[in-house]
Design a protein around this ligand. Sequence first.
Ligand SMILES: C[S@@+](CC[C@H](N)C(=O)[O-])C[C@H]1O[C@@H](n2cnc3c(N)ncnc32)[C@H](O)[C@@H]1O
Length: 241
Amino acid sequence: MVLTSLRLFFPILLAVICLGCTQPIGTADGLYSYKQPSSDGIGKVYMGREISQVMGHQGAYWLERPSREAEERPDMAVDALGLSPTDTVADIGAGTGYMSFRMARKVSDGQVLAVDLQPEMVELLAAARDEQGITNVQTVQAEEDNPHLPSAQVDLVLMVDAYHEFEAPREVMTGIVDALRPGGRVVLAEYRAENPLIMIKRLHKMSEKQVKKEMAAVGLTWVKTDERLPQQHLLFFEKAA
Ligand SMILES: C[S@@+](CC[C@H](N)C(=O)[O-])C[C@H]1O[C@@H](n2cnc3c(N)ncnc32)[C@H](O)[C@@H]1O
């Protein structure tokens, strides 16, 4: 009786102890490991960084808050991209289209591929696009590990406040690199993790060093870091020509 109880109890005890451990998993060449999730994380670790939770579509109004203009200076961010009118650009994790629509004005003879994981966000974006009569923004439904972009057709990929929450960053970035034309650019806007006074949840910020490490892992070359925005790094990378 005692022996039977021990046999049952012991594996459960082991499992509970191991919940707090970091264990490698079998995807993407063992690149990921798991830990006990932080309050704003999913417990999955990539290159030393715990991936954050996805911002749910229920919070979409937050992306359109009036104070965002002053906090993030989105027009200044789009100016920094140096887009040409004929460019094809992709906005990955496009949300409600806050950045997609601003880029659409700059690529009047090109197009914006507005990509998001949440079907509700894609629907919100499409509705806002149609209401505003914008004709050069195309929505794309992503999967967690696939941005579903066409191969070798994109001049610039923008990710604003989004990359840190990709559940499969290596796979998504591999898709992005494939979608870029030779010499194409990737730009990330991420809240500065180096500054503790920036009041954003820990895992929703990224350091310049960490972003550079993760982009180098998919073969992208760092070009520059632009610090003109009040709270976010703008990090520029390039695919080999
Ligand atoms: C914090 S919101 C930012 C939205 C937008 N970039 C902006 O600045 O307004 C992050 C968005 O990334 C999306 N997202 C998360 N993981 C994704 C993935 N693997 N592929 C595409 N979109 C993703 C979420 O659904 C969410 O809409």
